[in-house]
Design a protein around this ligand. Structure first.
Ligand code: UD1
Ligand code: UDP
Length: 360
């Protein structure tokens, strides 16, 4: 049986892994490496537990620090695993530092790299994930784009060979786990003290964790001011990156309409998407899930990451600016159920089939 080494490290990768690994393990031996990039229980273990992801074979325990430091340590750690395991292929998802470190370690050892979620481009190297996406795509031997726009970018960069449109594993996951919700997922919501957080009937779902929006008070506070002035509370499970800043800003400014929560598991998150009035986020995953669920979304970011979600104002960009966010939340949207640019919910099967063909 051929051996595939899969490298993951961050929350969105565990979600993609859940659906791809389930199919992959039917025909391959998978060696799972967790870099350790995300390590809090609610950022890591909760996904493995509730999504039935097999326990990693290796956890490298590498997290935090500057980008170069984190990536360098991962590169060294992953290389050690690859030398020991000698896999036939390395599989990575998305665009985190764990993704790029895995890809670089493998290509230097002449191990073919498979990149799932290939072809996303913002057009700026100022975005740390853009660097990871470009490097990973260009060293990969097999690339899977989620959407037609991803395929277009790969073509423009001259790497459309061995690139396939498979659909989005995030859509696979959304469909698979939506069918398996038991209605109790929102009971998992906890405030920062650990006490249960009672949800109002009507609410907005907000997430915000990008370096670009959270590294200073000004932008995050503009987003908070917009949420504070809405007609219903905003539930905000806070990424540990900006836990302290969010807590301090809400306390100092006396915001009452923002319900700060601990990060939640995937099933709770998609339940929040399903129940929310609208979504405000800077997350690549959440803006797609809003689209999957037919919920209007405002993405606080200066570049379009998922062009397919932007039709009919289903997803709109906003500046981190109170007036702009409120204006965009007021815009009419309409969803066309016949328009399904993220595939049919079976991207994992397509990806695994092509891997089989590739490895012969
Ligand atoms: C990373 C990805 C980003 C992705 C996000 C998903 C990169 C460059 N960025 O950003 O693309 O959208 O994951 O959530 O790889 N921390 C904790 N506990 C944890 C995880 C992180 O305290 O469980 C802290 C870290 O110690 C660090 C900070 O949060 O100080 C940021 O974490 P890091 O992994 O560097 O970046 P993310 O913002 O999570
Ligand atoms: N998510 C989650 N718990 C949370 C916040 C988000 O499970 O507290 C899920 C969300 O539904 C989506 C994914 O995490 O599936 C997106 O991850 P994130 O926003 O961290 O990263 P990005 O997609 O921006 O890279």
């Amino acid at each position: 049986m051929k051996k595939i080494c899969t490298v993951v490290g961050a929350r969105p990768q565990f979600i993609k892994l859940a659906v791809v690994s389930r199919v992959l393990r039917e025909g391959f031996q998978e060696v799972l490496v967790h870099t350790g990039q995300h390590y809090d229980h609610n950022m890591s273990d909760v996904f493995f537990e509730e999504m039935d992801i097999p326990k990693p074979d290796y956890n490298l325990g590498i997290s935090g620090g500057n980008h170069g430091q984190m990536t360098g340590q991962m590169l060294e750690g992953i290389e050690g695993v690859l030398l020991k395991e000698a896999p036939d292929m390395l599989l990575v998802f998305g665009d985190t530092n764990s993704t790029m470190a895995g890809a670089l370690a493998a290509v230097k050892l002449h191990i073919p790299v498979c990149h799932v979620e290939a072809g996303g481009r913002l057009g700026t190297l100022a975005n740390p994930e853009e660097v990871n996406r470009i490097v990973t795509d260009h060293v990969a031997s097999l690339r899977f784009a989620c959407t037609p726009s991803g395929m277009e970018f790969l073509k423009k960069e001259g790497i459309s060979d061995a690139s396939y449109l498979a659909g989005d594993p995030m859509y696979d996951a959304f469909r698979y786990y939506t069918d398996r919700l038991d209605g109790k997922e929102l009971d998992d919501l906890r405030d920062f003290s650990g006490a249960p957080l009672n949800l109002p009937e009507t609410f907005y779902y907000m997430t915000c964790h990008r370096q670009e929006n959270t590294d200073t008070d000004r932008k995050l506070d503009q987003i908070f001011q917009a949420m504070e002035s809405l007609d219903a509370p905003a539930v905000y499970p806070v990424h540990p990156r900006n836990h302290d800043r969010a807590e301090r800003l809400c306390r100092e400014k006396g915001y009452q309409n923002i319900l700060l929560a601990q990060p939640v598991g995937y099933k709770c998150s998609i339940s929040l998407v399903g129940r929310a009035k609208k979504i405000v986020t800077d997350s690549g995953g959440l803006q797609r899930e809003a689209f999957f669920a037919g919920k209007p979304c405002v993405t606080v970011f200066d570049h379009v990451a998922w062009p397919e979600t932007m039709v009919n104002n289903c997803n709109q960009l906003a500046e981190p600016d109170k007036a702009d966010i409120l204006a965009k939340l007021g815009v009419e949207t309409s969803f066309d159920p016949a328009y399904q640019p993220f595939g049919d919910g079976h991207s994992a099967e397509k990806i695994v089939e092509k891997i089989k063909e590739f490895l012969g």
